[in-house]
Write a protein of this length. Structure first.
Length: 376
């Protein structure tokens, strides 16, 4: 089992599939899945490859993952070639090892091993794999879920293979994620000579009050599963860096809000607009809604994942909703239970990304147990 996981992981890491490219990873995966009786559908949208594969009938578990990786960064900082996977001191090194080609391999080998033992099972196992998770996600999971929803596919359980573990594989799982909203705002004043401020209207001075009010905004208090929603400014510019005698005509700011299940998108928009309306400037606002929050705080999938981890580790995982968004967010419209469980995230997106070899085996065993506990 372990040899198979390493073999497949290495094969995938060797392909430098920098997002949104797949470069043949999904071909390798679909070939393997076809061999064990999966039906395969491929969706190529612009530069993005997507794979939907399924076997069985009934309650559906979807393994969700991605074949794309982030760029390697400075090659001189790597001790090994990022796209030539090497095992050293019981770790497998390579870009995408922990995020998340090895987890994909662990899933596939788990399914192969499960089907070898249980040719009859009551349910449907499926894979949804994209190559557009690390970049914008325009042509990936979001679009495929839309297609699946339009043809009335039902997905009961979604297991995301993103690297959620902290120190040991399975010590932390994500049972929810915060939502994300960004706003790009332009405040308009009146441009003028800096020596004649009475003939101009300085948008920076007025916008500062709005920014102060944004930072004082209490969106909610959080709940048992989520920290309070949080607003951060990520950009301020008047575009007037070098002209010292001019009051600029406008100022742009960017803000991002990570929000929880205590507050709705609509309510956030209302609160932001209220502050803007009070600032006495004309403004234009551009919203970017990146994803709604989700929480799976009970149910069969959560209990099954906890039990399956315990069977291997002899301890239960800690539940967490921290971190950025994941493609799990696109499953909220399917009303699926969503749990994320993957490898240790210590080196993700870093140089010298690596995974512990023994973790690959453990993770695959946990995935296999999940299948057994769900479907047998
Ligand atoms: Zn990832």
């Amino acid at each position: 089992m372990l040899d198979d996981i390493i073999y497949l992981s290495k094969k995938l890491i060797k392909l430098p599939s920098i997002s949104p490219l797949d470069l043949g990873c999904q071909k390798i995966i679909s070939k393997r899945l076809k061999k064990i009786g999966f039906s395969i559908e491929k969706f190529k949208i612009n530069n993005t490859n997507n794979l939907w594969a399924y076997k069985g009938i009934g309650k559906t578990l979807t393994f969700l993952g991605h074949t794309d990786v982030v760029p390697p960064g400075n090659l001189n900082d790597w001790k090994t070639d990022p796209f030539d996977p090497i095992i050293k001191d019981n770790f497998l090194f390579g870009r995408g090892s922990s995020d998340m080609k090895c987890a994909l391999s662990a899933m596939i080998i788990a399914v192969e091993s499960f089907l070898k033992k249980f040719s009859f099972f009551s349910g449907r196992i499926s894979f949804l794999i994209t190559s557009d998770e690390e970049s914008f996600g325009y042509d990936g999971t979001k679009k495929i879920i839309k297609i699946l929803k339009n043809r009335n596919e039902k997905i009961d359980y979604c297991l995301v293979g993103e690297p959620t573990s902290n120190l040991k594989v399975g010590d932390v799982i994500k049972n929810g994620r915060r939502g994300s909203i960004s706003a790009k705002i332009i405040f308009y004043g009146i441009q003028g000579h800096i020596a004649y401020p009475n003939l101009a209207k300085n948008p920076i001075h007025s916008a500062l009050q709005a920014i102060k009010n944004f930072l004082n905004l209490k969106l909610d208090l959080g709940n048992d599963f989520f920290q309070p929603s949080n607003l951060q400014i990520f950009y301020i510019s008047s575009g007037n860096e070098n002209i010292t005698n001019m009051i600029p005509g406008s100022i742009k700011i960017g803000l991002n809000i990570r929000y929880n299940t205590e507050i709705s998108q609509k309510r956030i928009v209302f609160k932001i607009k209220k502050i803007l309306d009070q600032c006495g400037l004309k403004y234009h606002i551009n919203w970017i809604f990146s994803g709604k929050p989700f929480i799976t705080n009970s149910g069969f999938l959560l209990e099954t994942v906890k039990k399956s981890i315990f069977q291997i580790n002899k301890f239960f995982p800690k539940l967490s909703t921290s971190g950025g968004t994941s493609d799990g967010r696109f499953f909220t419209c399917m009303n699926s239970d969503i749990i994320e469980l993957g490898l240790v995230n210590k080196t993700i997106h870093q140089v010298n990304e690596c995974v512990k070899i023994s973790d690959l085996y453990k993770l695959s065993k946990i995935y296999r147990n999940i299948l057994k506990n769900l479907f047998i």
